[in-house]
Design a protein around this ligand. Sequence first.
Ligand code: SF4
Length: 351
Amino acid sequence: MTTIRTTAQLLEAGMIEPEKIKKLEEVTKKFAVSLTPQLTELINLEVTGTSMAIRKQFLPDEQELIVNAAELKDPIGDTVFEGVKGVVHRYPDRCLLMPINTCPVYCRFCFRREKVGKNDSALTKEELERAFSYIESQPKIWEVILTGGDPLFLKPKKLNELLNRLDRIPHVEVVRIHTRVPAVDSARITEEMINALKINKALYVALHANHASEFTEPVRAACAKIVNAGIPMISQTVLLKGINDTPEALGDLMRTLVKNRIKPYYLHHADLAEGTSHFRTTLEEGRHLMKSLWGNYSGLCQPTYVLDIPGGHGKVPVSCHQYFSAEEVSGSAAESYRVEDYQGKFHSYKA
Ligand code: SF4
């Protein structure tokens, strides 16, 4: 089995219907498609009547041609903060470094879909050196987040050179890698790749996963290799309509992550990327889902629900269901609050 990148290959694999090919060709002209053999196999195992979570995340759909007025080419405003090519410096103590523009798979809701997969480019040696010089010139940068594109799509030797270069910058104390590779192309997590990740500074791997059904045996084994090497794993999930927007689907995913020693980190409200409105829930729906996780699922299973404010203004937590409110208590100096428990019952709290 090879990687599927065209509508003709999708047709041949029986993944799209012939009458849809014209529309889907329009879609794939705008946004890249890629399905690793591992995902193709998983899609073939999906049973009608289930959420078809893998199929929906990776197969092109004609709804992607619908561009809603609020949608943007650069929904989180990366370009506004691009210090030098490949470096986005939005917050004072951290920056993104994007060494590569390609991914093993292309998620249909990707917030960088205008950029990734357009050409097989990675930063040149000179561009990378300019990126390192920029990071060196900014002593407040404490953490560098490798993203892209998928950094684990780089060859281990190249990745290791890059990580060692960051390791030598004294003020960079933490490196974080955002990736889908362990879940979509698990065979890339070889001993060589694990060794490439070993640097002196703290390094975290953030896995992008959106549904518990992504955790097949090879995926669990790839994650175990990373964790067993002493590399902590965290997760990022995008809240997706029809895929993980029920308390059961979201709770199941969070438990699956924790069982695999991956701490749930972010639940992203789906960004306003062009052609993705069919994936977006409302913020209110997201907040209700977060409320359903609280109390019913272990504290380890709680991610932070965040919205990336369009225009580059950064992430803000939006999960905070108001669990308490101040109470007026006449004649009392004590502070008094009305507190709601996870079952929706109210209690008084005085301090
Ligand atoms: S892996 Fe990340 S960067 Fe690549 S297509 Fe998916 S969301 Fe976009």
